[in-house]
Structures are given as structure tokens and as C-alpha cells.
Design a protein around this ligand. Structure first.
Ligand code: SAH
Ligand code: SF4
Length: 349
């Protein structure tokens, strides 16, 4: 049984807005969509799943995104910052476990000055020249991004969150603007980073048309990585009474992304694993080809609470890696430990 819309998306890597509305707005195409996404991922990446070691370097944040538990206005959040020695020790441990990409993520913490970030990146690259360093530290001036790149950073993750400026304004305080987010992403790309954008699925007030705008924005930006996951509520935010995003819609969007961006690196995220115990395995089967096990020191993991009930906060790094390896294998894929750079040169297709 052939599904015409799915076949068109696979063939053209694109659909009209009306066709996308049909695909996103119903569950009728899910089975065909997910089957096609898996075939396309296997054509381009085989059964490989790339590992990224995630180090959550600070839970301080000066911003006030309405959805996030680390927002500055959350007085109940527990704050920590890792020292340079602690971060380097996480990389050391990760290297021994086979990681060749380290992702330094955190809130926008002014204590992590540009000088400090550059020193950190340079030290990690000196200790592990065969590794990629990814930063995910939020919005910065272009000059800062340039300095981190010169210091050796290879990739930068900055989800655009939503490409509809009016929707963006409902999720963020007035001082945060979609225009600045976009500026950051284009600066990062021009500087030469491998860039990751992305959005939350089922965030408050999100409509199907917002999701279509997200896909159009990504088509324009052509990022190397696209991180999506369900929105999940945190009890100490203004959105405490909003509903979580759904597993089904998250998987559907992941599969659509795989067909639109066959070469993209698409993580099967912790948020997917939080919304459903089998979420990350299902994410891999829907086109995901990256997993990001936690390398943060166990003592701080619960404090990096961007949403409630976050998984993987109790285990040692080695256990986390083994657990994910088993999950990847059970889903029918294989963890590879090279750097896992994107398999394309820039440009459409
Ligand atoms: N401060 C940086 C990195 C940390 S937040 C930044 O904002 O880019 C990393 C990602 O977590 C965000 O991009 C957002 O998409 C996601 N996130 C935040 N709160 C969330 C929530 N309540 N549910 C699901 N994802 C969330
Ligand atoms: Fe800070 Fe990022 Fe959370 Fe926004 S999403 S409050 S920038 S940590």
C-alpha cells in the first residue's frame, strides 16, 4: 500500500503547506511515514547511531524563557556551576568510554565569560585533538561565537524554539526576540560551525501552522543538526499547568525531518525518553541517528532540571553509556564512536 503524500515527500524532500497540514494534523500517515524515514536513514547512514557526551556545565541562567525550569525567575531551582577541572574530568571519563564529541551545555551564565569558554575549549582540544567540541550556551554576540570558533569549537546547538515570531513572543519574555535567535544561527553558520537548530513539539499555544513555519525556517537555514523533542512541563514555571507534548507528534515530526533532510544529524532526545520509557528507541526507528548520554557528574544531574521527571539523573556515566548502547541495539541499530560529522557538504539535499 503506497502512501502518496509520504512518497512525494520522500521523492521531493518537500511538500506544499496543504500537504504538510494533512501529514502533521492526522495520524493516518504515521506508519508509512516512519517506515520511509527508517529506509532513508539507512540509505544515508546505515544502522549507525552517533554518540555525543553531554556535559551540563551550569544551571545558572540569566534568561527567563517561560517553559524552562532553569529560568532566572525560578527561585526554587538549585544552581551549580562546574569548575574547569570538573569539566575536563568529565571529558577524560568520556574519552575512556569511547566518546569523541563533547557537548558543553548550560544556561546563559555570565560567570562563564568568553575568556573562560575559550580556555575550556582550547584545553579540551589540546587533551583530545581527535574529538569534536560542541557548544550549547545560548545567544551571544557574533564576536563571542568567533572567539569560541578560533579557540577550536566545532559545532553549536541553538534551537530556534519556534519560527513564528508571535508564537516566540508567547514563550519568551519581551527582551528575547526571534530576530536575534535567527541572527545568532546565521552568524554561527557563516563563521563555519556545524550548526544545530530545532524546536519543541507541543509547546504551549503551538499550532500545526507553527510547525510548518519551523520546517520552512529549517529549509532556509539548512542546519547540519536538528534537535526536537516534546515540550515537558516544569512545575515551577508560568507554564506549570500546560500539557506535555505528545510522543506520537514528536515521532511524526522526526520522521518528516528525516525525509526533508536526509543527511541531517537528528538526536533521539532525553525528552523523548522522558515522555515514554521507549521513546528514544522509537525515535531511532523514526529517523533519529544520534544519542546524547549524560556525562555530567552524578551529583549535579538532578539540578539541571529544565523539565520535570527528567530521566538519566541517577546513573554513573559508564552505566548511562551501557544502558544507551543496549537500547540502541534493541532498536536494531549500532553505536559508532567516530566524531560523526555530518555526511554532506553544505547546500540543499
Ligand atoms: N540555554 C541554552 C541551552 C540549554 S536549554 C539554550 O537555551 O539554548 C536547551 C534546550 O532545552 C532548549 O533549547 C529548549 O528547546 C529545551 N527545553 C527547555 N525547557 C524545556 C521544556 N520545558 N521541555 C522540553 N524542552 C525544553
Ligand atoms: Fe536559560 Fe536555555 Fe532555559 Fe532559556 S531554555 S531559561 S536560555 S537554560
Amino acid at each position: 500500500m503506497k502512501d502518496a503524500i509520504v512518497a512525494t515527500l520522500r521523492q521531493n524532500r518537500d511538500l506544499s503547506d496543504d500537504e504538510l497540514r494533512e501529514l502533521i494534523g492526522t495520524d493516518r500517515h504515521d506508519a508509512a511515514l516512519i517506515r520511509a524515514a527508517d529506509e532513508v536513514r539507512r540509505e544515508h547512514y546505515g544502522d549507525a547511531v552517533y554518540l555525543r557526551g553531554l556535559i551540563e556545565i551550569t544551571s545558572y541562567c540569566k534568561n527567563n524563557c517561560l517553559y524552562c525550569g532553569l529560568r532566572a525567575g525560578n527561585r526554587r531551582a538549585e544552581r551549580y556551576r562546574l569548575s574547569r577541572e570538573e569539566i575536563l574530568a568529565c571529558c577524560e571519563e568520556g574519552y575512556a568510554l569511547g566518546y569523541r564529541t563533547f557537548v558543553l551545555q548550560g544556561g546563559e551564565d555570565p560567570a562563564f565569560t568568553d575568556d573562560l569558554i575559550c580556555e575550556l575549549v582550547a584545553q579540551i582540544k589540546r587533551a583530545h585533538p581527535d574529538c569534536a567540541v560542541t557548544l550549547s550556551l545560548g545567544e551571544k554576540p557574533r564576536e563571542s561565537y568567533e572567539r569560541y570558533f578560533t579557540a577550536g569549537a566545532d559545532r553549536y546547538l541553538l534551537r530556534h524554539e519556534t519560527a513564528d515570531p508571535a508564537h516566540y513572543a508567547k514563550l519568551h519574555p519581551a527582551e528575547m526576540r526571534f530576530e536575534n535567535r535567527r541572527r545568532c544561527l546565521y552568524d554561527l553558520k557563516e563563521i563555519g560551525y556545524q550548526v544545530g537548530a530545532g524546536f519543541m513539539v507541543g509547546s504551549p499555544y503551538q499550532t500545526t501552522d507553527h510547525l510548518i513555519a519551523d520546517l520552512r525556517f529549517l529549509q532556509e537555514l539548512q542546519p547540519d543538526m536538528i534537535g526536537i523533542g516534546p515540550y515537558l512541563t516544569h512545575r515551577d514555571t508560568p507554564f506549570h499547568d500546560k500539557e506535555n507534548g505528545s510522543l506520537a507528534l514528536s515521532l511524526r515530526m522526526l520522521a518528516i525531518l528525516r525525509l526533508m533532510f536526509p543527511y541531517a544529524l537528528l538526536p533521539s532526545t532525553t525528552a523523548l525518553g522522558t515522555v515514554d520509557p521507549a521513546g528514544r528507541e522509537l525515535g531511532l526507528k523514526a529517523g533519529g541517528n544520534v544519542v546524547m548520554p549524560n556525562l555530567s557528574p552524578v551529583g549535579v544531574r538532578k539540578k539541571y532540571a529544565i523539565y520535570d521527571n527528567k530521566i538519566c539523573t541517577g546513573e554513573e556515566s559508564a552505566q548511562c553509556r551501557d544502558c544507551l548502547e543496549r537500547r540502541v541495539r534493541s532498536a536494531g541499530y549500532r553505536i559508532v564512536t567516530d566524531r560523526g560529522d555530518v555526511k554532506r557538504t553544505r547546500g540543499r539535499g
